[in-house]
Design a protein around this ligand. Structure first.
Ligand code: NDP
Length: 606
């Protein structure tokens, strides 16, 4: 019998609803703890580089880039290419790299193919060594970009922006930081990303544990031994370790912990879906022969996005060929096989659902083939639609549960009950531990300004938090009326491409550099979007997205809770994601035409 024939749709839907119900919590996002400024703030201290004392900086730069991750790196590089000299990155990290600075846990690697995930490959000449590069290579690449484009020269690390204030008399921004810096910048960009503030579960007794503990984004190699390249964590050989959480991070580090720990307990509330990874080294001869040509990375980026996003016209070629493109191509193939007269929204959604059930049935069956203990295998099966949570791909995670010292502690959707001075309690059983590792993720659906740790004060004292109190407002996700010379480097209200976030930055970074170059060449001091252009853009997004948004919220409201659906409550990330109605490929084409026309319609240059 084929997978397709064996599917009992009604039973699956009922099981999904039952599993979701178990996990819904009235407190939603408030189940998590905020760490900054609390008794738990040691969990966010930097274990990787010492904070070097320095004098406050009081000077002027052309552009201040808030955030030294890919958003800041790409924009900084494009600005340098455009001839802008004094570019300053400011970051709370001790070096460039953003998330890749923090996430050095063993096994960390990108889960979108390196050729499209790692920016500026052609410009730097770096060829990723693996289909999915590991974290040390990505961090090194961030440094490479910094070195090549001179982004270290004015950078301020271990520095948090506390305030950005528009000075209308001088047409520039005043930037204040937690290191008493107060400098001015003609332009500012915000590339702070959504996943940079670690959170902990709000568990009773969390501050009472007497063993060692840390969050995955602050891995304590002094305690564990080993290193980010995956060397064995020899200091754990006689330790009982518990890890709380089974999201994308945990999936990558559990195989390493399972090999190293005397005993490992994985505390699971919701299993991730784990599809095939099939990583491997890059064949450099193949790269030289088949891939390398001027413009190769842009071609790969566009091909991935065209394959991955949902337009009905399927590209002939799939250069990346991985779980993401396969999933999208299968959905599209199924929908486009409907006869034209049957292509109604209802039938499209039904075809999508059928395919999802087939895929998830395959993924659940994969668990049985890889996990020896039947009960453990049963608990590792994900009962929700694949895109309800970040889909995971891994070829060693499930097998880790065959290691004799590794135990899955399934909490049946309830989560860990509490922490004691000795360990972790689940269903009344106390697990004595030497170390607790929190793989509990990052703040996503909290208020953006408080997550960033600063607000922005624009024209006439207008705060960005007030301007956005009813939701984000922008043109192209880049400009906000009332905030001249400020640009956002993100994806929301633009392409909103989530499967390969750096592609959003590639396009917005280039656009920002071209606008600034234009203003400098023509002698303008200010760039601002008009209110009308912003309103028109929002109307366009709203109109075009209304059906799509309705479908998306119908899907998400049936999903198991997580950060994709604001822990099962209204609002949150999904309501901000809104992108260009015709999709990411069309948005990138539109934006290219917009910037290359040289007219920058909707902006005022003064
Ligand atoms: P997640 O938010 O995805 O996972 C947090 C985990 O903690 C979940 O399994 C959650 O369970 C669990 N949890 C929370 N509270 C409790 C509790 N009380 N008891 C037991 N378990 C609990 O965080 P991650 O760090 O794993 O991933 C965050 C995001 O970072 C990913 O979605 C992805 O976007 C990105 N990422 C990307 C990677 C890459 O590109 N290579 C690698 C790793 C992460 P539940 O699911 O029930 O809420």
């Amino acid at each position: 019998m084929t997978v397709k024939n064996a599917i009992d749709k009604k039973a699956i839907r009922a099981r999904y609803a039952e599993e979701r119900e178990k996990r819904l919590r009235p407190e939603g996002n408030d189940q998590y703890l905020r760490l900054a400024g609390t008794g738990l703030s040691h969990y966010i201290e930097d274990p990787y580089m010492p904070r070097v004392e320095r004098d406050p900086v009081i000077d002027h730069v052309d552009v201040a880039l808030v955030g030294g991750g890919f958003a800041g790196l790409i924009t900084g590089a494009r600005l340098k290419e455009a001839g802008v000299q004094k570019v300053r990155i400011i970051d709370k990290t001790g070096d460039l790299g953003g998330n890749w600075y923090w996430n050095r846990y063993p096994g960390a690697q990108c889960d979108t193919a390196s050729f499209v995930y790692m920016p500026l490959l052609e410009e730097t000449g770096h060829v990723p060594t693996e289909k999915y590069a590991h974290a040390p290579e990505i961090l090194e690449h961030s440094r490479r970009i910094g070195e090549q484009f001179g982004l270290y020269e004015h950078a301020l690390f271990h520095t948090e922006v506390k305030d950005l204030e528009w000075d209308a008399d001088r047409s520039l921004w005043i930037v204040r930081t937690n290191r008493d810096d107060e400098f001015t910048a003609q332009y500012v960009t915000l590339g702070t990303g959504p996943l940079h503030v670690p959170k902990l579960p709000g568990l009773e007794g969390i501050d009472e544990f007497e063993g060692h503990s840390f969050h995955t984004s602050r891995w304590d190699y002094d305690y564990t031994g080993g290193d980010p390249s995956g060397a064995v964590m020899s200091k754990l050989a006689d330790k009982k370790v518990g890890i709380i959480g089974t999201g994308a991070t945990s999936v990558q580090c559990v195989p390493h912990l399972a090999k190293a720990c005397g005993e490992l307990y994985v505390f699971q509330r919701t299993p991730s879906s784990i599809d095939v990874r099939a990583n491997g080294p890059t064949d450099m001869d193949w790269f030289e022969r088949e891939v390398k040509e001027p413009g190769w990375q842009q071609k790969w980026l566009e091909n991935f996005t065209a394959n991955q996003t949902m337009g009905l016209r399927m590209p002939k070629e799939d250069l990346v060929q991985d779980g993401w493109t396969d999933l999208a191509r299968r959905i599209r193939g199924r929908i486009s096989s409907l006869p034209f007269y049957k292509m109604t929204p209802r039938n499209i959604m039904a075809a999508f659902e059928d395919l999802d059930h087939e895929k998830m049935t395959e993924i659940r069956a994969r668990v049985d083939t890889l996990v020896e203990d039947e009960e453990t295998a049963e608990s590792l099966k994900a009962w929700y639609r694949q895109l309800c949570k970040r889909p995971c791909f891994h070829d060693e995670y499930l097998q880790a549960y065959n290691e004799p010292g590794t135990t899955l502690v399934d909490t049946n959707g309830k989560g860990v009950e509490r922490i004691t001075n000795k360990g972790v309690v689940v269903a009344g059983n106390e697990y004595d531990l030497d170390c607790i590792i929190y793989a509990s993720g990052f703040e996503v659906n909290t208020d953006q300004m408080s997550r960033n740790g600063f607000d922005v004060t624009g024209v006439g004292g207008l705060k960005l938090s007030d301007c956005w109190s009813d939701g984000m407002r922008s043109l192209h996700g880049i400009h906000v009326h009332g905030f001249p010379n400020m640009f956002i480097v993100g994806g929301f209200q633009g392409a909103a491409l989530l499967s390969n976030v750096p592609h959003n930055f590639t396009e917005s970074g280039l656009t920002i550099a071209m606008m600034i170059r234009h203003a400098r060449e023509k002698g303008f001091k200010e760039i601002e979007v008009t209110r009308k252009a912003e309103d028109d853009w929002l109307k366009r997004l709203g109109r075009g997205n209304s059906r799509q948004r309705a479908m998306q919220s119908r899907l998400l409201e049936k999903c198991t809770p997580g950060y994709y659906n604001n822990e099962g409550q209204q609002g949150g990330l999904a309501s901000e994601v809104m992108g260009y109605p015709r999709g990411a490929v069309a948005f990138f084409k539109y934006l290219k035409k917009w910037r290359e026309s040289g007219k920058f319609k909707g902006l005022e240059f003064r």
